[in-house]
Ligand binder design. Structure first.
Ligand code: 13P
Length: 249
């Protein structure tokens, strides 16, 4: 019986406004207070950088944590547009997503960069949520597990001490924002593979989240799988009752 505590993180991506955030977060806090599921599952939201102070103000007395959607590998300096781990920490972030497929695809982030970002987060006291996942073409070519292994290689090479301070997230690119969810069996196959790589790296008990069109309706069947420890939720995290529904699952 695993002792891994379930974790559900909302990734708002580039969505929200001050007014919408206020509504969403206050609804979430109310639902959390009513549901009292906080002992079962740990919850967090990863908001766009400009809203982190607002998120911190609203969530500070709640059980819901918060984080950024990316973090620079650099501590400071001439890196226009980037946000450092130290800055995130100043706004109370406990989490930083790194290596999301949208960063890899649209910003050319390599797995080496992702590993350096994860290392920077850990050094700054923030837990990186390291994302990996294959494209549709890679899956169809039968390369899913090799792709995951190679994405994780530089991350796991950081060593057991670092890996024990990470959360991993398996997000098949073809399931993100498409309404196509990996079946629990498809997801479990990859999660088991990630678990074996974690074990080889000396950190078998790290949490591995699933992401890709997770909804309240499909969350329970995913979470029933042995190596799925929670979810990284995009679209459904923008609707308080949907996000809470996933947390309840
Ligand atoms: P969706 O839940 O909208 O498919 O997004 C998943 C995701 O990319 C979370 O990081």
């Amino acid at each position: 019986m695993s002792v891994r505590r379930r974790l559900v993180i909302g990734n708002w991506k580039m969505n929200g406004s001050k007014a919408e955030n206020q509504q969403l977060l206050s609804d979430l806090v109310k639902l959390q207070n009513a549901a009292a599921v906080n002992e079962a599952a740990e919850l967090a939201v990863c908001a766009p950088f400009p809203y982190l102070q607002q998120v911190a103000d609203i969530l500070k007395d709640s059980v819901i944590g918060w984080g950024g959607q990316d973090a620079s590998e650099h501590a400071k300096g001439a890196y226009t547009g980037e946000v450092s781990v130290g800055m995130l920490a100043e706004f109370g972030c406990a989490w930083a997503i790194v290596g999301h497929s949208e960063r890899r695809a649209y910003h050319g982030e390599s797995s080496d960069v992702v590993a350096r970002k994860a290392a920077a987060a850990i050094a700054g006291g923030i837990t990186p949520v390291v994302c990996v996942g294959e494209t549709q073409a890679e899956r169809e070519a039968g390369n899913t597990l090799q792709v995951i292994s190679s994405q994780l290689e530089p991350v796991l090479a950081l060593g057991a001490g670092a890996v024990r301070k990470m959360v991993l997230a398996y997000e098949p690119v073809w399931a993100i924002g498409t309404g196509l969810t990996a079946s629990p069996e498809q997801a479990q196959e990859v999660h088991a593979h990630i678990r074996s790589l974690l074990a080889q790296a000396g950190a078998p008990e790290q949490r591995v989240l699933y992401g890709g069109s997770v909804k309240a309706a499909n969350a329970a069947s995913l979470f029933a799988k042995e190596d799925i420890d929670g979810a990284l939720v995009g679209g459904a995290s923008l609707v308080a009752t949907d996000f809470q529904g996933i947390a309840n699952a």
